[in-house]
Design a protein around this ligand. Sequence first.
Ligand code: GLU
Length: 344
Amino acid sequence: MLRAGEAIQIPQDVEAAAMNDPVIAEIESLLRWQHEHYGDLREGEVADYIPELTKTPADLFGIAVTLHDGRTVAVGDASYPFTIQSISKVYTFPMLLDLIGREGIYSLVGVQPSSDPFNAITLDPRTNRPFNPMVNTGAIAVAGRLREVLGPNAFEAILDTFSRAAGRALDVDEKVFESERQEGHRNRAIGHLLRAAGVFHASVDEVLDLYFRQCSVLVTAEDLAMMGATLSNLGAHPVTRDPVFGLEAVRDTLSVMFGCGMYDGAGDWATRVGLPAKSGVGGGIMGVVNRQLGVGVFSPRLDEVGNSVRGKLCCIHLSENLGMHPFDATNAGSSFFSAISGRR
Ligand code: GLU
């Protein structure tokens, strides 16, 4: 277990290698370009349905990429802490899958994209279960089962798992937690719907407290890149080598992220960016290139479907320039692409 204040150390040889590495140099120049060209954008609004979130300065902007071996490039406000919000769903899902197995988890929640908003108070009519773990019904069902399996220490276990994926001890924004706890009436309604449908049997208030707390964990864009790199690295932290998630859990999580991670923009995202990714109302986006890297972007202004405006642009730009789209084979000019494919 990591203790507060403990951080991983990138070994010196990795740091030194990064300085002369063309892949790192290419990524750094792309991130700098994005910071310069998207930095002036003022489109989109900061989420206000959790009142405390409106206090985040709207124009912060940080971008980070971590390769599967831990080398990291970061620009702008990449070490500014903000709440993880829905990106937490990407880490509670594999945590529960590792605890109760596929059979257990898929009797609880489906893997179908829903055509409803993320906070819709509705279940899949065919199964009377949540559509998928990336919408609130599914994530609250996962929180409910984690509460049942882990008991009153469930939150400590969640925070420990998130911290291991990030490689440093994370903390909670108590003000955001309290704010959502006071105002989260839709989520409370979802909790009661799930309880009534027999999805969990724990107390609705306890499950909601757990869910609101997991959403209030503070991360930075650098943390998100590292947490993404952990998923890209078959579930093991790139530097500590800590095997945080099992292989089945990683495979299924990336699959669900690909289909359902970007609110109602998932189809557009799959076509334009092509990466399994998840966004949160705090302004974060975390993306994964399997076996290669994790991306973290933080910019609080959100578009009409709830994704960070600049975050989305950065991911499109990175994907196009590094040839990261899984079905793209046209970007032969990139040194990253050449290193992977052997093409020039
Ligand atoms: N805590 C938020 C909620 O459940 C997370 C939403 C989000 O980031 O999409 O409403």
